[in-house]
Design a protein around this ligand. Structure first.
Ligand code: HEC
Length: 119
């Protein structure tokens, strides 16, 4: 039979499968891009992880509870706290509902100094 009526359907099916495959590949690519974008933003804070991360970068560990701009979420607003020793202590030992977040003293110091500059 010359013009098999089923051929167009097969072509459409093949196209559909190709499209699904292409879109899932696209999705994976975008995910990597998004993950990368996040890193770039974090690195704007200055030091890179290899150099010993800066406070602005390390506070990514805090935003889950204190909000993306650290103005408060489930945890309180961190702006206007100027006591570096207090922040360092809370970060390393926890306080109330907040668990200890950082064990490394140099990191805690960097975070505390950064937080103390937020107005
Ligand atoms: C699991 C959630 C959570 C994470 C993660 C977290 N915090 Fe907290 N934080 C809280 C809560 C809740 C409080 C209030 C605790 C209290 O005093 O009862 C708090 C309190 C604080 C305080 C004390 C504020 C004050 O006025 O005494 C500081 C400083 C602080 N957090 C800094 C940080 C920093 C810096 C980080 C990241 C390194 C961080 N927190 C990560 C939940 C969190």
């Amino acid at each position: 039979m010359k013009n098999n009526p089923i051929i167009p359907y097969i072509l459409i099916m093949a196209f559909g499968i190709g499209l699904i495959f292409f879109m899932s590949m696209e999705g994976v690519g975008n995910k990597e891009e998004i993950a990368h974008g996040g890193e770039d933003v974090a690195e704007e804070g200055g030091a890179t992880a290899e150099e010993g991360a800066g406070g602005a970068e390390l506070v990514s560990a805090c935003i889950g509870c204190h909000g993306g701009d650290l103005t408060g979420g489930m945890g309180p607003d961190l702006h206007g706290i100027t006591d570096v020793e207090h922040i360092k202590n809370v970060v390393m030992n926890g306080q109330g509902q907040m668990p200890p977040v950082v064990q490394d003293e140099a990191e805690a110091q960097a975070i505390a100094e950064y937080i103390s500059t937020l107005e």
